[in-house]
Design a protein around this ligand. Sequence first.
Ligand code: SAH
Ligand code: SF4
Length: 360
Amino acid sequence: MPSDAIQSRDPDYLEGLNFPLLEARLQDSGVNPVHAKALFNAVHRRLEGALTEEGDHLVPPLRRWLSSDGAPRACPLESITETPSSDGYTHKYLLRLADGAQVEAVQMGFPGRFTACLSSQVGCAMGCVFCATGQMGFARHLTAGEIVAQALHVERQLRASRGERLRNIVMMGMGEPLHNFEATMTALEILTDNRGLNIGPARVAISTVGHIPGIEQLTRHPKRYSLAVSLHGASDTERAALVPVNKKWPLADLIQTCRDYSRLKRARVFFAWTLIGGVNDSEDHARRLAALLSGMDAHVNLIPLNPTEGFEGDAPFDERVRAFQQIVQDSGLPSTVRQRRGIDVAAGCGQLKVARANRA
Ligand code: SAH
Ligand code: SF4
């Protein structure tokens, strides 16, 4: 199969079946669903990839089922390159999917608290001007299995290289996770299942451009993942110049949706603000941001701009970043400046992209 062609979109991957669905599939195929636990364990804990060959410890009915026509198969995720950052902890993985499309996943963190940053789409349809993924355009959604397989890949590498395990998942790689809601939520259900990787829901962050219908769905969702909303502008005009979908989901509506989320879920909302020198880094911007969020249980993450090919702009000088943060904090909002990690290998926020040939 040519590696650069977008071909089939077979979503029937073992990694993408949540536990109840796996039981149902076994039942439908005449296999006792009691075996679901062993199979789920093999995929998500023992991390066995090609189960029909390696899964010798599985009971014969499972092995027979896995090698039969119509059974789900393991997601064939091929690692093209693994690029370690000079910081020693950040690794960027370029992964090829069955149809030739490519995505990136990033391992970040420190011993004892490693995080996988996962992609939800090949490219992104939201078109934020300063983001390399947005500059690529949109190719396709990832399936739940393809999202889970990225996490399992990072977990496998962590175990092999450091004897460590993943503690956190952030949906902050390529794509807008709430634009691919069902697959993202199925993937997170699987990754937080205590029969599998067992990542705590509070250790899962979903970052969104401000997709209002998606945030409303999250508000009604039984689980409470951590919600991060990318703002970057404190008025509609300013924000729309950076984040085109602000025209569809204007700021006032977005903030109200976040207030509702915070109140109904009793949860803090994290707001991301990419600081661009001379664009949105003034003290006036900081004051207006603080006013916008006043009274909400909110936390502001400041991300000095990472360079991308398609956007001319620079990160502000450190003192401006500090002055901005001071104003936000003085207003009573906790705030963190995101450490710039992995920039040397273009694994920083907004720097993930793949070759043009992999666009639809
Ligand atoms: N689509 C989602 C999640 C992926 S982007 C979202 O936009 O929230 C993860 C974060 O990186 C977002 O907060 C995004 O605004 C930020 N980002 C994008 N491009 C960036 C860049 N060039 N420098 C710094 N941050 C960037
Ligand atoms: Fe898409 Fe997020 Fe990049 Fe915007 S910042 S283009 S929503 S990935």
